[in-house]
Write a protein that binds this ligand. Structure first.
Ligand code: ATP
Length: 359
């Protein structure tokens, strides 16, 4: 299949309220570069699906514009119908037609003469790894296969933009990771501009070249995944995109005094702060043991292990340090047990800090 080639997708000032007057979209700007994938990440009800529907032309905003390349799709006095947008969409429930074969499902969005049989159907099925299943009925396929058929249907018309709304939410946990990787590989191969909605941080980080975090109808931060993880704009984003310890501290320029000793800050500050320490930027040492493998660790503090959570690739610990319970994550199997006295040290680079709340 010819890659459809990427076009930029842009939204400016999107606003949308429903009957109760609450702004579900409260001034949303988006920029998705050509062939890039933007993951829209946010809690339930923050407006992700509404935004996707506006981009698809399934809903009309009260204000704002949507532009694809140099084509205005939605704007003052302009509204391009969904079927004219060259936008492919995959919904949460995939919505395959149960009475149509796989091939006819995939051909559904094509011009009428091509719907029953077309090289585009075969190409699309080939791309999603189901080249021989065109004659099957949807209910004879596994969940993962049905999901791929829905994707094939979306890509068969060679859309300029692909919109995916929680496409993995109907899959078992065991299948999700594999299907996620398959879809990731497919998006890379297609090079099609994509917006992908999820409330799952892992999915957003894996699939998104950029991630836009939404809350209450607004995009609160947008950027590459590592920027969101390492430099969240506020404590809410910090906690939404990963596990976060916030250490009460006092900043003096580029360092802050905390319960774990003085820690370097990524941005100078003065006065009371809460310092972000991700669980993997902390290490544990049994009391009395030499500091192993972390020569640049901060001075640290004594604590007591409250809980041990082993998940195979790493072990999570909840450690009480002077009354604050910290999450620590260390690769491999447990090396400390509940009740052990330990020393907790910070090994990450300069840390993010936030103004304190009402402590
Ligand atoms: P989820 O992750 O649960 O799907 P979401 O972030 O996709 O949530 P939306 O589906 O966009 O959120 O809904 C945002 C808010 O807008 C919700 O409070 C919802 O009830 C409301 N809403 C969405 N569509 C309509 C509608 N057609 N009429 C009235 N309210 C609506």
């Amino acid at each position: 299949m010819e890659p459809p080639g990427g076009v930029p997708l842009t939204a400016r000032g999107l606003r949308r309220s429903f009957d109760d007057g609450v702004a579900v979209l409260d001034g949303v700007d988006l920029d998705v570069g050509p062939g890039r994938t933007l993951a829209l990440l946010g809690p339930s009800g923050c407006g992700k699906t509404t935004l996707l529907r506006v981009l698809a032309g399934l809903d009309v905003p009260d204000e704002g514009t949507v532009t694809c390349g140099d084509r205005v799709l939605t704007g003052p006095g302009t509204f391009v119908a969904p079927e004219e947008r060259r936008v492919g969409m995959v919904f949460q429930d995939w919505a395959l037609f149960p009475h149509l074969t796989v091939a006819r499902n995939v051909g559904f969005g094509l011009e009428r003469p091509d719907r029953r049989s077309s090289p585009r159907i075969d190409e699309a099925l080939g791309m999603v790894g189901l080249p021989d299943l065109g004659d099957r009925m949807p209910d004879t396929l596994s969940g993962g296969q049905q999901q791929r058929v829905a994707l094939a249907r979306a890509i068969a018309p060679r859309p300029s933009v692909l919109l995916l709304d929680e496409p993995f939410s109907n899959l078992d946990a065991s299948l999700r990771t594999q299907v996620r990787t398959d879809v990731h590989a497919l998006l890379v191969e297609l090079g099609v501009t994509t917006v992908f909605v999820t409330h799952d941080q892992d999915e957003a980080f894996v699939l998104g070249d950029e991630v836009a975090v939404m809350s209450a109808g607004r995009i609160v931060q947008s950027g590459p995944p590592e920027e969101l993880y390492l430099r969240p704009v506020d404590r809410w984003v910090a906690g939404f995109v990963g596990e976060a310890n916030l250490l009460a501290g006092h900043a003096h320029g580029d360092r802050a005094t905390t319960a774990l000793g003085p820690l370097p800050l990524d941005t100078p500050a003065t006065g009371p702060v809460d310092v972000l320490a991700r669980p993997e930027s902390l290490v544990l040492e049994s009391v009395g043991a030499p500091a192993a493998g972390a020569p640049d660790a901060g001075e640290g503090a004594s604590g007591e292990v409250r809980l041990v959570e082993y998940v195979g690739r790493d072990t999570g610990y909840l450690v009480d340090v002077a009354g604050q319970v910290l999450r620590v994550r260390v690769p491999g199997a447990p090396r400390c047990a509940r009740g052990d006295a330990v020393r907790v040290r910070h090994i990450g680079g300069p840390a993010r800090s936030f103004p304190p709340t009402d402590r």
